[in-house]
Ligand binder design. Structure first.
Ligand SMILES: [Zn+2]
Length: 656
C-alpha cells in the first residue's frame, strides 16, 4: 500500500489529524470573520485585478492564504454549521435554513468557552438569527449572540433596521464588546451580510463601481479595514488568530444560475480563506492544495492549543503547511433543490483534478483543463464518473451521523411530533420522499429557481402585486414547491389579504410540516380571519419548535385570550416577555388582562412599558387610563385619557 494511498484514506476518516497540535503557549484570542456570499475571484489576494479588497489583501499578507478552499454547501446556515462544528452536513444535519443545530455535535464556541474563553457572535442578518430567524440553536456556546432581526413590516420599513445590518453596524457592535476589557481570552465571530443581494452598497462604494456586487465587496473590505485598524490600535492584532472566510460564493449566470443554493460549481463553492495565526507563523504562505471549510474549526482549535474533539471531521491544516501542498478531496452538497422545489439534491466530490456532480444525469469536469467547468465529460469518461460516484457514496457513508433534520427536531422536543401528528402531518421535513434519481434534475429546472428567486426579492422589496402572478405561474406547473407556496402566502399576507394567504400557507406546511416560519405565517393569517382555535394550534407548534420566538408566544397569547383561556394567555405573555422584555403587544395584553382580572397593580408596569415603547399608541394610553382609574389615581388617569384623545385617529396597533 503506498503512502499516498494511505494519506488519501486518512482524509476520509472523521477526526483524523487531531493528534497534531501546536506547541503550548498562552491561549490566543480568536476572531472568525465570515463574509457572506463573497466570491473568491473578487479578492485581490486571490488574483482579482479589480482592486476591491486592499484591506483584506493586507491581512492576507500577514497570514496564510488558502488559494483553493471549498465550501461544503452553497447555503448560509448549512455552511456556517460546518464552519462552527468542523463536521460535514450529513453529520450535523443542518441541511437548510430553519433546521436547529443539534446539541450533541462538537462546536467551536462550546469548546473555547469550556476552556475559559469569552465568546460572542455578531451576525449580519435574519438568516443567522437563532431566535426570530432561521438558525435555531446557532447561539450554542456564545455568551453573547447579537442578532435581533425581523421581517420587514412594509416597504417603508428600512431593511437595514429589520432584516439585516450594514457591515459597519455589525462591526461597531463587535468593537463595543471588545472594548469591555477582560483578562480572559476571547472568541469573536463577526458575520457580515452585505455582499448578499440586494446589491446596494452605501455611498461612495455603490456609486464607485459599475458592478453593484463589486460595490458591496469594496464596501465590506473598507469596513474590515476599520476593524483591523481598531485591533491594531488596541494591540489586539498580534496575539489574535484571525480567520476570514466566506460561506459560499455567488453565481451570475454560470450554468444558468443566479445567486446561490441550487448548484455546486466553483462560482458558489470556491471561497476565500485566510488564516492569520496569532504567533505570526506561516506569514505570507500561499497554500495551493485543496482544503475545505470543514477544516477551519479543527485548525482554529489547534492554533488555540485546544484539543480537537474526536467527532470533528475536518482536518487541522497546520501540519499540512509543513509539507508540499496536496489535494484533500472536498465534498459539497445542496439539499435546497429537494427541500424547496422537490427536485433532486446534488452532491459533489472534488478530487484528483476532477469535479464529479452526482445528479440524476451525473456530470464530470476536468477542472485543471477546464476551470470554468464548461465541458461535461461524464459520457466521454464513463469509468472515471463511475469511480468518483463510488468514492462519493463511500464518503457520505463515512461522514453521516444518522441524524436527519426531522429527528434533530423530534429529539429536541417530542411534543412537536405529537402536535404535528395530531394535525395530520405525516413524515415531514422534505417536500418529497422519492429517491433523488426519480426527481427532476435541477439543471433542467434552473430557470424556475431563478424566477422564484426574483419573486422572493420582489416581495422582500414590497412589490407584492408584481410577485403574485409570477408565483402563480410557477405553482401552476410545480405546485409542490415549498418556497413558492410560502412566498405566495406571505405576499397575500403583506397585502393583508389573509383569506387568500391561507391556502398556499397550508400547502407550505403540508410540504414541510416542521417549518416554524410556515406555521407562524399560517397562524397569523388564521388569526386575522377569526379562525382562532386553528391559529392557536399552529402557534403552539412554532413555540414548541422555536421556544424563544417571543412574537409567536404573543400571538398564541392573543389566540388564547380571544378563546377565553385567560390563564394560558397570561402565561404566554409572560413567556414572550421572558425572551423579549420590550415586546409591545405582550406588555399591552398582559397589562390589560391583569387589570380586568382584578390585579390592576400587576398590570400597571406592563401598560406603562407599552406606552413607553410606543408613545404614539392611543390604545396603550386608553388602557393605561383605565388601569390608573381602577387604582384610584384620578389625575394620572386623566392625563393618560388626554394623551389617548390626542392620539385618537391613529389606528390601534397590535403587532408582534
Ligand atoms: Zn450565505
Amino acid at each position: 500500500m503506498t503512502r499516498k494511498f494511505l494519506l488519501t484514506l486518512l482524509v476520509f476518516l472523521p477526526g483524523c489529524g487531531t493528534a497534531d497540535t501546536a506547541p503550548a503557549t498562552a491561549q490566543p484570542n480568536v476572531i472568525l470573520i465570515t463574509l457572506d456570499t463573497t466570491r473568491a475571484d473578487r479578492m485581490g489576494f486571490l488574483g482579482s485585478k479589480r482592486g476591491l479588497t486592499p484591506h483584506l489583501d493586507a491581512l492576507a499578507r500577514e497570514g496564510t492564504v488558502f488559494t483553493r478552499a471549498y465550501s461544503q454547501a452553497p447555503l448560509t446556515t448549512v455552511s456556517h454549521a460546518t464552519l462552527l462544528t468542523g463536521t460535514y452536513p450529513p453529520f450535523h444535519a443542518v441541511e437548510d435554513f430553519s433546521v436547529p443545530l443539534p446539541d450533541d455535535v462538537p462546536d467551536l464556541a462550546v469548546e473555547l468557552k469550556q476552556r475559559g474563553y469569552r465568546t460572542a457572535a455578531f451576525v449580519g442578518a435574519l438568516i443567522l438569527d437563532p431566535v426570530n430567524g432561521m438558525a435555531p440553536n446557532f447561539n450554542r456556546g456564545f455568551d453573547v449572540y447579537d442578532a435581533g432581526y425581523r421581517l420587514r413590516r412594509d416597504r417603508a420599513d428600512d431593511r437595514y433596521q429589520s432584516l439585516e445590518r450594514r457591515a459597519e453596524d455589525v462591526v461597531a457592535r463587535a468593537q463595543k464588546w471588545l472594548e469591555a476589557s477582560s483578562s480572559q481570552p476571547f472568541f469573536l465571530w463577526v458575520h457580515v451580510f452585505d455582499p448578499h443581494e440586494p446589491y446596494e452598497a452605501p455611498a461612495p462604494w455603490g456609486q464607485r463601481h459599475k458592478d453593484p456586487y463589486d460595490g458591496e465587496i469594496a464596501y465590506t473590505d473598507s469596513v474590515m479595514g476599520k476593524l483591523f485598524d481598531f485591533l491594531r490600535q488596541r494591540n489586539l492584532m498580534a496575539g489574535t488568530t484571525i480567520v476570514v472566510a466566506s460561506d459560499h460564493g455567488e453565481a451570475f449566470g454560470e450554468h444558468g444560475e443566479f445567486t446561490h443554493g441550487v448548484f455546486l460549481y466553483d462560482t458558489t463553492i470556491h471561497v476565500p480563506l485566510v488564516i492569520k495565526f496569532h504567533d505570526g507563523h506561516w506569514k505570507g504562505v500561499r497554500y495551493t492544495g485543496q482544503v475545505s471549510l470543514v477544516d477551519v474549526a479543527p485548525t482554529v482549535l489547534a492554533a488555540a492549543n485546544a484539543p480537537v474533539p474526536q467527532e470533528m471531521q475536518g482536518r487541522n491544516l497546520i501540519p499540512l503547511l509543513q509539507r508540499p501542498p496536496a489535494d484533500l478531496p472536498s465534498y459539497a452538497e445542496t439539499q435546497y433543490p429537494r427541500r424547496a422545489f422537490g427536485w433532486s439534491a446534488l452532491h459533489t466530490l472534488r478530487s484528483g483534478g476532477q469535479l464529479y456532480v452526482q445528479a440524476p444525469r451525473p456530470e464530470l469536469y476536468d477542472v485543471t483543463a477546464d476551470p470554468e467547468t464548461k465541458q461535461d465529460l461524464a459520457e466521454a469518461r464513463k469509468a472515471d464518473a463511475r469511480r468518483m460516484d463510488g468514492q462519493l457514496e463511500n464518503f457520505k457513508k463515512r461522514v453521516e451521523s444518522g441524524r436527519t433534520p426531522e429527528n434533530v427536531r423530534t429529539k429536541a422536543d417530542p411534543r412537536l411530533l405529537e402536535k404535528l401528528t395530531a394535525l395530520g402531518y405525516v413524515s415531514g421535513g422534505a417536500a418529497t420522499t422519492k429517491p433523488d434519481n426519480e426527481l427532476p434534475d435541477p439543471k433542467d429546472k434552473i430557470q424556475v429557481a431563478n424566477q422564484l428567486h426574483s419573486a422572493t426579492l420582489m416581495i422582500e422589496q414590497g412589490e407584492q402585486a408584481r410577485a403574485i402572478p409570477t408565483l402563480q405561474r410557477i405553482l401552476a406547473t410545480d405546485p409542490q414547491i415549498f418556497v413558492a407556496q410560502m412566498q405566495l402566502g406571505l405576499a397575500y399576507s403583506k397585502q393583508k389579504n389573509y383569506r387568500e394567504a391561507i391556502a398556499p400557507l397550508r400547502k407550505a406546511t403540508d410540504l414541510m410540516p416542521t417549518s416554524g416560519p410556515a406555521h407562524f405565517a399560517l397562524g397569523r393569517s388564521l388569526l386575522s380571519v377569526g379562525e382562532i382555535a386553528a391559529a392557536a394550534t399552529h402557534f403552539e407548534i412554532v413555540v414548541t419548535q422555536i421556544p424563544q420566538w417571543a412574537g409567536a408566544h404573543f400571538l398564541l397569547a392573543t389566540a388564547y385570550a380571544i378563546t377565553e383561556r385567560p390563564q394560558q394567555a397570561m402565561d404566554s405573555c409572560r413567556t414572550a416577555l421572558k425572551y423579549e422584555p420590550s415586546n409591545y403587544g405582550a406588555n399591552l395584553l398582559l397589562g390589560r388582562m391583569l387589570t380586568v382580572h382584578g390585579d390592576p397593580a400587576g398590570g400597571l408596569p406592563h401598560l406603562e412599558k407599552a406606552v413607553e415603547l410606543r408613545p404614539n399608541s392611543a390604545e396603550g394610553f386608553r388602557l393605561l387610563a383605565d388601569t390608573y382609574a381602577r387604582l384610584g389615581r384620578a389625575a394620572d388617569a386623566e392625563r393618560a385619557r388626554a394623551a389617548a384623545a390626542r392620539l385618537r385617529g391613529a389606528a390601534p396597533v397590535v403587532d408582534p
